[in-house]
Structures are given as C-alpha cells and as structure tokens.
Ligand binder design. Structure first.
Ligand code: NAD
Length: 484
C-alpha cells in the first residue's frame, strides 16, 4: 500500500516524539487543552470527509458514522477539556499523624510516549477516546490505524499533520511489519484494541521492552433472556445492538440464551422488529454497513453455511459485495459453528436452555466475556445472573451504548482484556502516580530511633510508632451467604 509509513522511518518517529515529550511543552495544561481542542476541530471541520472514509472502508450509512463515532469522539474530547485541570491536580493521601508532616503527595505525571494500535471496526472513536486521555495526561502518542481501513488511515495521517503538534502526535500506517517494528521499541504505555490472538503477540512484544500494556479485546458476549421482559422494546434493542455496524462491534451481543419453551415467542418478537427495520427486506435496505473485507465476509458465510441451527431470518451472504444479510438462527447447540468463535458479523444465534442455572453454567464454562447482557424486568433474575458470573460489563435492557455513558469504565476482564478507557479512565491509563515526600529535619526527633547503634530503648520507640493492634480474632462472623 502506497501510504504505509516506510519501515525505516518508524524508529526516527519514535525518537522525534521522545524529544518532543522531553521538550516539556506538555507540562503546560494550557498546551494540552490547545491540542485537545485542535483534535476536536480536526473532527468537526472534516466530519464529511470522515463520513466518506467510513463509506469507503465499511460502506457505512451516515447515521451510524455520526451516532457511533463522530459525535461520541467530540464529546469524549470535551469531557477531557473540561476536566483536565481537576484530573491533573496533585493529590494528598489521607491525614496521618505520623506521615502528614512529611508532606506526602501523589503527582499525576505522564507516562511518556505511548502507542495506540487500533482495529478496523470503530476506526475513529478508538483513536480519539484513548488519545484524548493521553493528551490530557500530558503524553505524546503514535496512532497505528488498521490496514483494513485504508481511507481512514490516510485521512488521519493527512489531518494529524495539519492539526496536531508533529513533535508529539503522529500516525503510523501499515500492517504486521510496521506494527512489529513499532512493538520492538519501548513505550510509556501500549494500548492494543483488537483480537485476543494478536493481543497475545502484543503482550509478548511489550514484555520484551517492559512496556506497560492494556489490552481491549473481544469475545462472545451473551444475552440472557427472561420471559418476564419487555419483549417489544427488548427485541428492537437487541437487533439494533447486533446489526448496527454489521455486527462488527466488540460489545455486540454475540448469542442469546433463551428458555426452550419461550423460543417461539421470542423469535416472533424478533421477526416483528426485523420487518420494521427492513420493510422491503434487508437486500433493499440502505441502513446497513457492509463487512470490512471479502475474507471476513467469507468467514461469516462459512459460519452460517455450517450451522446445524435453523435460519429463521436473513441468511444470505455475498462475498464479492462484502454483504451479509442480518441473520437470526434458532435452535443452535453449544458445539455449533456459530458458537466456535466471536461472530463479529450480523448473525444472531439463539441457544435454547432448560433453566437459568444451565444458562449461567454455560457462560461460566467459557472465557469471561467483554459484556454480559440481560433482558429482564425481574430484579431477582438480573441479580442472579450478575452475582454468579464475571464479565467486563453487566448491562440490563440495553446494548452497546454503555460505552458512551459518562463516568463508566470501558474494559474487559481476563481473555476479554484488561485496563479501562473513556473519560477519566483514559487519563488514568496514561498517567503515572508519582509518590513524592519532603521530610523536614525535626521529624528525626520522632524517627531518630531508626538509626544505629540499635538498643532496647530504640526498639521500643520504633514499636510505639506503628499501631499494630488487631481486632479480636472472631470479630467477623461469616456464616455463608444464602444461595439465591
Ligand atoms: P486485529 O487483531 O486483527 O487487528 C487489530 C490491530 O492489530 C490492527 O491495527 C492490525 O494492524 C494489528 N495487527 C494485526 N496482526 C498483527 C500482528 N501479527 N502483529 C502486530 N499487530 C498486528 O483485530 P480486528 O480484526 O481489526 O478487530 C476485531 C477484534 O477487535 C474483535 O475481536 C473485537 O472484539 C476486538 N475489539 C475490541 C474492542 C474493545 O474495546 N475491547 C474494540 C473494538 C474491537
């Protein structure tokens, strides 16, 4: 690809950004704000060009581009702009008679020059959300867009050069060789968003340079369906969450667990919502994003072709046009093709179960998902699911948009990732908490007992400094929680 960053330039970019970082420009909060605002205008001034890039790379409708990425990216930057003064303030630990005289404090310091490796599916928001936090934290950053979104990669490279300080913020375009070259270098922090397969490669490379790393991965996010739910609203929201961006969303509901005797009613509700979304059939719809590549289309088509379940809605796939119709498949078993990997496409398998306990055991036997969804109006059902499972997020009666909710962390657990971003969590990801202390001379009147030569009097004085008294051995009585 002609716009890939030449391999031999990568080390020079790293050096230039380290020099830029050490210049101290970013110590100024005003300069961070200026760069944040410039990033916001980079998006606002060029919203139409971003829409063109979404259309070229993903065949994405304008509404999805605006709602899922452009608007959210700008609000993310505004949050950082409005909060950076507060976030960056030095903090003091709680008062302590022993330590407070030493003026202990926690300085919020930038980790340095950071790296953000971005996947294809949200090619703007996944650049901007971490970058806003990195700028607010006072870090420099290299952004590596996905090679599967070349129009976005080229646009970001062009606009970064125009809007952002080139000593601090650069785009490196490329695929595996370029990313490998980047990963050979030490970074203040690496954020990788993408598949677990590549996540292992990134974590391994980061270990070699002892660069701290956060992994935002994916997986199969389940939906637990309770017959006691608002089925009309629930069906509409579920299909939207699954089919928006053609299912290429890390937090998309991957599959549904439904009581066996509720499956017919559930499918009928999905059919009604489906027909309302695509009144002339999905083939005629202009409200669908396409699959990013022919290879991914062929992969999803294979999953549909090999399923032993019954396709009740959609099912068509055209590799050449990178098109997969929104599809619902019922009576899917645990060993089915559709359960073999993260689908990352507009296909919803329904797995019938005989009890809620069976559904919980089904999820707990698999890797912790990025999100666990519940469709229910019954608080006992919701609590039972949330209390007996682990996942990145636990969401009732809504899909996907929790990532945009102010103040909520966005991140996985175990195989679905580690570390959090959005808002203050992005700032924290790129911030080092530097412990500082400045001890006055008179403290030795209290702490002088630490100096040799040691004697019994000093031993007693040292022992008196720390209060090591414990509560009685049986102070906390645990009788076991009642099983719900
Ligand atoms: P991917 O892992 O194929 O690619 C992501 C990035 O890694 C790209 O920039 C790519 O160039 C780079 N890369 C690919 N192979 C590499 C290698 N061998 N060495 C070094 N770098 C390499 O992921 P994708 O297909 O673009 O995205 C889909 C996955 O991302 C899904 O699993 C999805 O769930 C996950 N995802 C997670 C989040 C989240 O925030 N948790 C968000 C979006 C996507």
């Amino acid at each position: 690809m002609s716009h890939y960053t030449p391999l031999e330039e990568i080390a020079a970019i790293h050096t230039a950004l380290n020099q830029g970082f050490r210049s101290g420009k970013l110590k100024s909060i005003a300069y961070r704000k200026q760069q944040l605002l410039s990033l916001a205008y980079l998006i606002k001034d060029n919203a139409e060009r971003f829409q063109e890039a979404f259309a070229a790379d993903l065949g994405r409708p304008v509404l999805e581009g605006a709602f899922l990425e452009i608007d959210g990216s700008i609000t993310e930057i505004k949050t950082a702009l409005n909060s950076v003064d507060k976030w960056a303030k030095t903090e003091r630990p709680p008062f302590s008679l022993t330590w407070t005289p030493m003026r202990p404090a926690i300085r919020k310091e930038p980790k340095g020059v950071c790296l953000n490796i971005v996947p294809f599916n949200y090619p703007l928001w996944l650049v901007v959300s971490p970058l806003a936090g990195a700028i607010a934290a006072g870090c420099a950053m290299v952004v590596k867009p996905s090679e599967l979104t070349p129009a976005m990669g080229a646009l970001l490279a062009e606009l970064f050069a125009k809007y952002m300080d080139p000593d601090l913020y650069r785009v490196v375009n490329g695929a595996i060789p370029e990313t490998t070259k980047l990963l050979d270098l030490p970074w203040g922090h690496i954020l990788y968003t993408g598949s677990g397969r590549v996540g292992k490669i990134v974590a391994g490379a980061a270990a070699k340079t002892l660069s701290p790393v956060s992994l935002e991965l994916g997986g199969k996010s389940p939906v637990f369906v309770d017959p006691k739910c608002d089925l009309t609203v629930g069906a509409r929201r579920l299909l939207w969450g699954k089919f928006v961006n053609a299912g290429q969303t890390c937090v998309a509901p991957d599959y549904v667990l439904v009581p066996r005797d509720f499956q017919d009613t559930f499918v009928a509700a999905l059919t009604e919502a489906y027909n309302a979304f695509y009144p002339s059939g999905p083939g005629a719809s202009t409200s669908l994003t396409h699959i990013v590549s022919s290879a991914h289309t062929a992969r999803i088509k294979r999953l549909i072709d090999e399923t032993k379940g019954k396709t009740v809605l959609g099912g068509e796939a055209d590799v050449e046009r990178k098109y997969v119709a929104p599809t619902v498949v019922r009576d899917v078993g645990p060993q089915d093709s559709l359960m073999s990997e993260e689908i990352f496409g507009p296909v919803l398998p329904i797995v019938p179960v005989d009890s809620l306990d069976e559904a919980i055991a089904f999820v707990n036997a698999r890797e912790h998902p990025l999100v666990l969804y519940v469709m229910s109006q019954d608080s006992a059902f919701k609590s039972k699911v949330f209390d007996n499972t682990q996942s990145g997020a636990a969401i009732a009666n809504e899909y996907i948009i929790h990532c945009g909710v102010d103040g909520l962390p966005f991140g996985g657990i175990g195989p679905s990732g580690n570390g959090y971003h959005t808002g203050k969590f992005s700032f924290d990801m790129f911030t080092h908490l530097r412990a500082v202390l400045d001890s006055p001379g008179w403290i030795d009147r209290i702490l002088g007992a630490r100096y040799p030569p040691y004697d019994d009097k000093k031993l007693k004085a040292v022992a008196a400094l720390a209060n090591t008294k414990l509560p009685p051995r049986n102070a906390f009585k645990f009788q076991g929680e009642k099983k719900r």
